[in-house]
Design a protein around this ligand. Structure first.
Ligand SMILES: [Fe+2]
Length: 176
């Protein structure tokens, strides 16, 4: 099996993102790469920040994302397809639906080394590190995520608020 190389993987994702079948092509690339999470772990730099934009253009964003124990990232959407793979530790992804005046928890999925999940553009999740250990993953979005106007959702009422640093800080929770 080929060793994982970040630069090559980014080029593969860029080609996939330009394809008419971008959603499935990105999923296939991510699934294939994450069959060997140890190879990704060995190749990835030790980033200081908990998130790093590895690449972004008008139709693709690739992020390194680390979730740290104690922080529960509040419910949010992405307004584009999100494909998430984890190579170290695990993320607990909690999924929600909005009803009239509340946010309803529907399911939780623990995403561990080698797992890949795909969220639809209107999918809402909150995320925290699982089992008291940091997780590291690669998150791929089929749009320039840093420039998209997207939402955070009140934990109880489901009310949408702009995804700003200020709202994020006010809404984040301590993991239980
Ligand atoms: Fe997210």
């Amino acid at each position: 099996m080929d060793e994982f190389e970040l630069d090559r993987f980014i080029e593969q994702l860029r080609a996939a993102a330009r394809d008419d079948a971008a959603v499935s092509r990105v999923r296939e690339l991510m699934t294939a790469a994450f069959r060997n999470p140890a190879s990704i772990r060995a190749a990835m730099p030790d980033y200081e920040n908990d998130d790093e934009i590895l690449f972004e253009d008008d139709n693709l964003s690739i992020w390194f994302v680390r979730f740290v124990p104690g922080l529960h990232v509040p419910p949010h959407d992405h307004r584009t397809t999100a494909t998430i793979g984890v190579y170290e530790g695990a993320e607990d992804n909690h999924f929600y639906l909005r009803e009239a005046d509340r946010l309803v928890h529907k399911s939780t999925r623990r995403v561990g080394p080698g797992d890949v999940i795909v969220l639809k553009p209107d999918g809402i999740h909150s995320v925290e590190a699982a089992a008291g250990q940091s997780s590291c993953g690669i998150h791929v979005y089929l749009a320039p995520l840093s420039r998209i106007e997207r939402s955070l959702f009140d934990w109880d009422s489901g009310e949408a608020r702009p995804f700003t640093d200020e709202n994020y800080d006010a809404m984040k929770r301590v993991s239980r």
